[in-house]
Design a protein around this ligand. Structure first.
Ligand code: UDP
Length: 241
């Protein structure tokens, strides 16, 4: 009997803020948001529960902004975290318009704008099949939304983090410059570290390794890619213990 690949039950999708930007660079692109929302709707229809962490890099990144010297890193990071809230509200709006019941929960408390993140209610919404959009990163400066994604995935009993990137997986070298670059189908966390492969930022990846969390790297550039990757119809790299 052939082995049946069990579908994922609950996954956290990590999108960079740039995934929402317009081709001309404007920070939000309604059509891109609508396509993403349709992809999420199709994924949820296949029975996969989804939490989503969205970055803020289309608006600002604290580390970069503080480099100029006029603003300190914690303040710039606070602004970065607020950028992720703006993106999350935009995504929540697009998801609701696509017929997906979505709730934004922010690690940075702003109760007049959205619910504050707490683990138990988040688990409850996921159990009910709602999509939880996790805003505000970890709520602390000096971290990135990659770390927030791994942290929340571990807390919310997700089976995997899908890290959406520009390319369809982890390569042996940069596929944009090296025609011999090879895409890995599967890697262990240790192999990724030993081969010095960039899966996500170091702090985030260390936490994924420690919590034995599967990290899927794939591209969400074509429509329906979240659904296709999670249903193993599109290429990706799976990093698992
Ligand atoms: N950020 C933070 N703490 C966190 C997550 C994010 O301070 O836990 C800030 C940080 O300044 C970061 C910005 O929010 O640069 C936007 O997040 P990120 O750079 O991860 O966004 P992405 O690159 O995924 O779009």
């Amino acid at each position: 009997m052939g082995s049946v690949v069990r579908p994922y039950r609950r996954v956290l999708v990590k999108l960079s803020g740039e995934a929402l930007a317009a081709p001309d660079g404007y920070w939000l692109h309604p059509q891109t948001l609508a396509e993403l929302a349709a992809d999420v709707a199709a994924t949820v229809e296949t029975g996969i529960e989804l939490a989503i962490v969205i970055g803020g890099g289309n608006i600002m990144r604290g580390a970069r902004m503080s480099q100029a010297g006029w603003i300190d890193r914690p303040t710039a990071d606070s602004m970065g975290m607020m950028a992720t809230v703006m993106n999350s509200l935009a995504l929540e709006t697009a998801l609701n318009a696509a017929g997906v019941s979505a709730r934004t929960m922010s690690a940075v408390s702003m109760p007049t704008i959205c619910e504050t993140y707490a683990r138990q209610p988040a688990l409850h919404y996921l159990d009910r099949g709602q999509v939880v959009v996790l805003a505000g990163g970890t709520g602390n400066p000096f971290f990135t939304t990659d770390t927030a994604a791994v942290l929340r995935a571990a807390e919310l009993r997700c089976e995997a983090v899908l890290k959406a990137t520009q390319v369809d997986g982890v390569y042996s070298s940069d596929p944009k410059t090296d025609p011999d670059a090879k895409r890995y189908d599967r890697l262990t966390h240790d192999e990724a570290i030993q081969r010095d492969l960039k899966v996500m930022d170091t702090a985030a990846f260390a936490l994924a390794r420690e919590s034995r969390l599967t990290v899927i790297v794939g591209s969400v550039h074509s429509p329906s890619s979240v659904r296709a990757i999670l249903n193993r119809e599109a290429a990706s790299t799976v990093v698992a213990p």
